[in-house]
Design a protein around this ligand. Structure first.
Ligand SMILES: *Cc1c(COP(=O)(O)O)cnc(C)c1O
Length: 452
């Protein structure tokens, strides 16, 4: 009976064998105990070598789960799985500066009394949106929930077009968010056509607000219609009902002007059309941290901030620090592409990318990896400008036999991890989303992953 047990080494012995793992001891210990438990349950002798290998694999998995920098070679600029927008250096510096010390988050340095959190950032949001007032919560979904709870408390219904009951991302559907916030949907129109009359006819004493959702992540063509913002805003004013627009993507500059891509409606466009409130994300086209920005009429902003629920959605000092730096960067570059990674990547010329790709091809071939230049099309991603295709330059590497999955995995487990994609039997690295400072590391990781 004792045989199998004696075959299992002690925890201490295993820890000693494993050596330094670069993980907290408690994490290593938990993994070791879990593996030992598993082996004991199986009640079969297992070679110490095999046990150690299994534990090392589990520890590898834990290391892969840690939050860490990765190389985005997908060509998708705002990649939700990869943390959406990279922050600008000013924001990164601000984070470092604010994070490790104390800050005047809620202290008015002028009077020495308690100050309002985020007041300056709010004024910047209002400024870039051409709004009377603004505020900031954790994300755009939170902004929606806050507004819905507020405006539908006394009158529970919210009017929304059937063409705008959309799914934004993994598991985030507008109708579910609306109902989750206690509001009742009053759907109007059809998937492809909704008229002003549809909205008008839905107005009743039980309606608290009209919501417009920008179709940011898909595009409808053909027999489609919806009232424009001015008409909807006028209707709202006539019946005394707030009209809010969820803009999602959050382009505050004219995207056509600064990056020659289709023009996204800006918060200023909506507010100038008479919409009462807009909300948009901080980490999509704005290029900042995750946040939900709300801008519009001062009376509504004041009321939203008085909601007890607002307290549960407020941002911490790190978000304000990063957002402040991001918005100031935008304001410093009014009318031109702001010095933010997103816009710099978007505006990198094909010639620049081609020159880098040529280096990749040459260097990889030197290392025995058959690489070639390719011309992929990337996209904005993150549910923004879905029809915009961005011409790019990539490096393709032919995959031997059926090794694609294995090599993609090796790339993901590289140091740093590399996220690429498969294209007709080749692994493709789109260079538009790779920072030039990452070129060396990417070449090395590719070479290692493709080594037999
Ligand atoms: C992305 C998006 C959201 C969600 O924004 P988060 O900041 O991720 O919460 C909401 N509405 C629209 C239209 C979006 O595109």
């Amino acid at each position: 009976m004792e045989e199998p047990r004696r075959a299992i080494p002690s925890v201490d012995k295993i820890l000693q064998e494993l050596g330094e793992q670069g993980l907290p001891r408690a994490v290593v210990l938990r993994t070791v105990r879990a593996e030992l438990q598993r082996v004991r349950m199986q009640n079969e002798p297992v070679a110490a070598e095999k046990l150690l290998a299994q534990i090392r694999e589990r520890l590898d998995d834990s290391r892969a789960m840690r939050l860490r920098p990765v190389i985005n070679a997908t060509g998708v600029l705002v990649h939700t799985n990869l943390g959406r927008s990279p922050l600008c250096v000013q924001a990164a510096d601000a984070l470092k500066e604010i994070a490790s010390g104390y800050t005047n988050l809620e202290l008015d340095l002028h009077t020495g009394h308690r100050g309002a959190r985020g007041e300056y950032v709010e004024s910047l949001v209002a400024l870039v949106s051409g709004a009377e007032a603004a505020t900031v919560v954790n994300n755009c979904a939170a902004a929606l929930v806050l507004a819905l709870r507020h405006f539908t408390r006394a009158r529970p219904e919210v009017i929304i077009s059937r063409g705008e009951l959309v799914q934004i991302g993994g598991g985030f559907r507008i109708p579910e968010i609306l109902e989750g916030s206690g509001a009742r949907l009053k759907e109007v129109g059809t998937t492809n056509r909704t008229t002003l009359q549809d909205y008008e006819q839905a107005i009743s004493p039980s309606v608290g607000m009209i919501l417009k959702v920008h179709q940011s992540n898909f595009h409808m063509e053909g027999f489609v219609a919806s009232p424009d913002r001015e008409e909807l805003a006028r209707l709202g004013k006539r019946v005394g009902m707030p009209v809010m627009e969820d803009l999602g993507s959050g382009a505050i500059s004219d995207t056509a002007q600064i990056a020659s891509i289709r023009r996204e409606p800006t918060p200023a466009d909506s507010l100038a059309a008479g919409i009462d409130l807009v909300c948009f994300s901080g980490d999509k086209l704005l290029g900042g941290p995750q946040a939900g920005l709300i801008a519009g009429r001062a009376e509504h902003i004041t009321a939203l901030k008085k909601e007890p629920f607002f307290r549960a959605l407020r941002c911490d000092k790190l978000i304000f620090a990063a957002l402040q730096a991001t918005l100031e960067t935008h304001l410093h570059h009014k009318g031109e592409a702001p010095a933010l990674p997103l816009w710099q990547m978007l505006n990198t010329t094909l010639e620049e990318l081609e020159a880098r790709a040529a280096q990749y091809v040459r260097r990889l071939r030197d290392k025995g990896v058959q690489a070639e230049l390719s011309k992929p099309t990337g996209e904005i991603g993150g549910g923004a400008l879905p029809t915009v295709r961005i011409d790019s330059i990539g490096v393709d590497v032919q995959v031997p036999g059926k090794a694609a999955d294995a090599i993609m995995k090796k790339l993901r487990k590289g140091a740093p991890p590399v996220i690429a994609y498969l294209e007709q039997g080749k692994i493709r690295f789109d260079l538009r989303t790779v920072f030039p400072s990452q070129d060396e590391a990417l070449i090395a990781t590719i070479a290692t992953a493709f080594k037999a």
